[in-house]
Design a protein around this ligand. Structure first.
Ligand SMILES: [Zn+2]
Length: 187
């Protein structure tokens, strides 16, 4: 079985930019790329689960998104780090592009992307983790018995008060990764 670190993307892995879709606007949150390498080294597969309503809104296309993810992969490869797979939800009920303007079952906090990942990878949910900057990211995790971690980057700081369940809070992804590593070493 695989233990997974599920990661939200915007505000967690990369610096939050409204409807990010251009490579030149992409920037890892401080040392988030190194954090992914640490997860890999600790034996976790890393899966990104991201709401991308900008596609439904007509701001960018699935192809643009895939190009951006390919760029991320290239950057990560320089460190020997790897994202196993990117799952994204292109929908939004108020979208402008008809085929994406639906009430889907994949937009977090719905579980669709997680269910797809569970189908594709043999996942040890009990020993898996979800890191995000929004409570809605973590609601999915709670429903699946995955450990929720809130980071203070992106929208994180303003989300702390909204947590109605127990959640660990870390300054950013890199700090969390180091913490996990320390715990691992100490057993
Ligand atoms: Zn969706």
């Amino acid at each position: 079985m695989n233990k997974i670190v599920f990661l939200d993307r915007d505000g967690t892995v990369n610096v939050e930019v409204d409807y990010l879709h251009k490579i030149e606007d992409f920037k890892f949150e401080s040392e988030a790329d190194k954090a992914i390498k640490i997860f890999n080294d600790l034996g976790y597969k890393v899966i990104i689960v991201t709401n991308q309503s900008g596609i439904a809104r007509g701001y960018y296309t699935e192809e643009d998104l895939e190009k951006l993810h390919k760029y991320m992969d290239e950057q990560l490869k320089l460190l020997g780090a790897k994202v196993e797979k990117y799952y994204y939800c292109p929908h939004h009920p108020k979208g402008k592009i008809e085929k994406y303007a639906i009430n889907c079952n994949c937009r977090k906090p719905e579980l669709g992307m997680f269910i797809d990942a569970i189908r594709e990878f043999d996942i040890d949910l009990e020993n898996s983790i979800m890191v995000g900057d929004k409570i809605s990211d973590l609601e999915s995790a709670i429903r699946l018995g995955i450990k929720p971690i809130l980071v203070e980057t992106g929208h994180g700081k303003s989300e702390i008060d909204k947590a109605y369940f127990k959640v660990e809070i870390h300054k950013n992804l890199y700090e969390f990764a180091n913490n996990l590593k320390t715990k691992n070493i100490l057993g």
